[in-house]
Ligand binder design. Structure first.
Ligand code: GTP
Ligand code: SPV
Ligand code: MN
Length: 585
């Protein structure tokens, strides 16, 4: 008798008809073997081993460089369950469509079977998974991003309790590209893309879309959040969660080297948090992943020294660079913002010689590195704590050129859920489509919530009812711009000044000003020494502009109305109250 794991592999073999099957065990020898296969087949190229040890370069198809939200579907029996926030297809139709695409899709290719665990193996919150893929780049990436190999096969044992992910790169034809989620079957079928969240199924597909659905059913939260520990001068560590939409600063904040002396940030996760209410009535978070898939452009010694260090460390996990430029003088990756001077001899992300005076960037704006979390010099000692870390604060933040102040605080949990539910952000290169349009992105989960967002808001409120020790909830906006289109706040390492204020709030050390939108800092209680920022700019950073807010409220009303009666009454009444505050001036 075959067990469920073997049956799954067999079924996929029958369907995809690969030339052979490679079941991954997670060993160091396997890493070497896979790298050799990928090098020989020119899927990856080795980089300068002195400057970037154990690092490799990969270029994806130019039509396949970011997540494709319009080709991503949630297939539940009832359409209403997927909600207006998801594309929906009937599960039967979707499966038939996908089976046709997968039929014989791996002829003359190897089928890689990737057993993996999301979360540390001895955690009650960890989940077992298996991804099938015919992309060796995906197989190599999954070994970095998740705990892959024998330990997962052992944990699965004879159970049928594991996530099934089926992936084939096909012929990378956008007309045959679909990322289909079946939350009721713990299944994802993804075809026609080999890049990022479309293809590394443990990430957005499982750990967010499917897991958010599981969390809804089981009473926990799967969120698009970083997890950090902030050590204060008295050597105490407070843990924070931070939700920012794609390409809005999560990885940078997760590896931040504070500008403030005697503060230190310990990294636990840079993208995904699974959150449970502990027996003591606190929120506890774990990071289900074991690597970073981080945006390259903008990463430099000045903005993010810890990440530059992470990328240069040695560890048996290789580091991958995808769609950056290459400096042919020394065979190293390069991207905009890495150095002020553009090197003379660059090959751009498309593989062409780069003209320095071109208006196009040399690296793709969504070019990324895939690197093991164990390379990170600021990795928290608590990273593998099976219970997770207790959360004192939750930070939400979008990319907004106006309207939203640099920082403000919600008065309580419900107000915090409201504040997160009305979050907006400008679209970025992390997803295909127009860049720079403001759209609502509640909790930074718009592209990742695997069920109706109205139900999701209610779920957040319900979780709140089980909490005894509430974390404080904050909203930040690092991206406010002046009339000349320059960022008003220096951001990056300077953001530690704002985190300090949050900690002072949590410890009841400073007060706050009650405003129409929430609690704002007294500017004289922010630590701003050695920061050359004009008073006028500071005022602008904290301004609450009535016209901007009236427009904002209109957009929120429009957004809420899409969900009809699914929007919890608590939230719609918050919105009414907010509107009244601005109208009655
Ligand atoms: P995903 O990996 O797509 O989820 O993105 P992310 O949220 O991890 O964003 P990341 O930290 O990679 O930053 C995205 C872009 O924003 C990069 O180009 C950064 O240089 C830039 N960025 C990050 N933090 C700040 C900041 O505080 N201020 C400004 N102006 N830019 C920032
Ligand atoms: C994001 O878009 O939020 C990412 C990149 O982290 S991807 O894995 O492609 O979703
Ligand atoms: Mn990131």
């Amino acid at each position: 008798m075959k067990n469920a794991f073997e049956t799954f592999v067999n079924e996929m073999k029958e369907l995809c008809k690969p030339k052979d099957i490679y079941i991954m065990n997670g060993s160091q020898e396997e890493a070497k073997e896979l790298i050799n296969i990928a090098k020989t087949s020119k899927v990856i190229n080795e980089l300068n081993n002195e400057k970037f040890p154990n690092s490799y370069y990969h270029r994806s198809n130019p039509n396949d460089v970011a997540r494709t939200e319009h080709l991503t579907f949630v297939c539940t029996s009832l359409k209403k369950q997927a909600g207006p926030n998801n594309n929906w297809m009937c599960p039967k139709t979707a499966k038939e469509k996908m089976r046709t695409l997968f039929n014989g899709s791996m002829l003359n290719r190897t089928m890689y079977v990737i057993p993996f665990i999301m979360g540390t193996p001895d955690s009650q919150y960890a989940k077992n998974c298996v991804q099938i893929t015919d992309s060796i780049y995906v197989a190599l990436s999954m070994r970095i991003m998740t705990r892959t190999g024998k330990q997962a096969i052992n944990r699965i044992g004879n159970t049928n309790d594991f996530f099934k992910g089926i992936h084939s790169i096909g012929d990378v034809n956008p007309n045959k590209r679909f990322i289909m989620h079946f939350p009721e079957d713990n299944l994802v079928m993804s075809f026609g893309s080999g890049y990022g969240g479309n293809a590394l199924l443990g990430k957005k597909c499982y750990a967010l879309r499917i897991a958010s659905y599981l969390g809804w059913k089981e009473g926990w939260l799967a969120e698009h959040m970083i997890i950090i520990g902030v050590q204060t001068p008295d050597n105490k560590i407070l843990y924070f969660l931070g939700a920012f939409p794609s390409a809005c600063g999560k990885t940078n904040l997760a590896l931040l080297e504070p500008i403030l002396k005697n503060y230190k940030i310990w990294t636990l996760g840079d993208d995904i948090a699974w959150i449970n209410v502990g027996k003591d009535g606190r929120l506890y978070a774990i990071n289900p992943e074991s690597g970073f898939f981080g945006v390259a452009p903008g990463t430099s010694l000045k903005t993010n020294p810890v990440m530059i260090n992470t990328l240069k460390n040695k560890n048996f996990f290789p580091t991958l660079f995808t769609n950056t430029a290459i400096n042919t003088d020394d065979n190293t990756p390069w991207w905009e913002g890495m150095s002020q001077k553009i090197p003379n001899n660059l090959i751009n992300w498309r593989g062409e010689k780069y003209n320095k005076f071109s208006s196009e960037s040399a690296a793709h704006p969504n070019s990324r590195f895939t690197v093991s979390i164990y390379n990170c010099p600021t990795l928290s000692k608590e990273y593998n704590n099976p219970n997770g870390v207790p959360i004192s604060g939750i930070i939400f933040g979008g990319r907004r050129r106006n309207t939203i102040p640099l920082v403000y605080e919600a008065e309580n949990w419900e107000a915090g859920v409201f504040l997160a539910s009305i979050m907006g952000s400008e679209t970025t290169a992390a997803s295909s489509g127009t860049i720079g349009n403001v759209r609502r992105d509640p909790m930074a989960m718009l592209p990742f919530c695997g069920y109706n967002m109205g139900d999701y808001f209610q779920h957040w409120l319900n979780i709140g009812k089980r909490i005894i020790h509430y974390p404080k909830i904050f909203m930040v906006n690092w991206f406010k711009k002046d009339d000349n289109n320059n960022f008003m706040w220096p951001g990056f390492r300077e953001n530690s000044r704002i985190i300090k204020w949050m900690i002072d709030r949590i410890n009841n050390k400073v007060g706050a000003i009650k405003t129409k939108i929430g609690l704002l800092p007294n500017i004289n209680e922010l630590v701003l020494d050695n920061l050359k920022i004009k008073n006028e700019t500071l005022k602008k950073l904290f301004e609450i502009n009535t016209n901007e807010w009236l427009k904002e409220i209109e957009m929120i009303e429009d957004y809420y109305s899409k969900f009809g009666d699914k929007i919890p009454v608590e939230l719609s009444s918050f919105l009414k109250k907010l509107k009244n505050k601005f109208i009655k001036i």
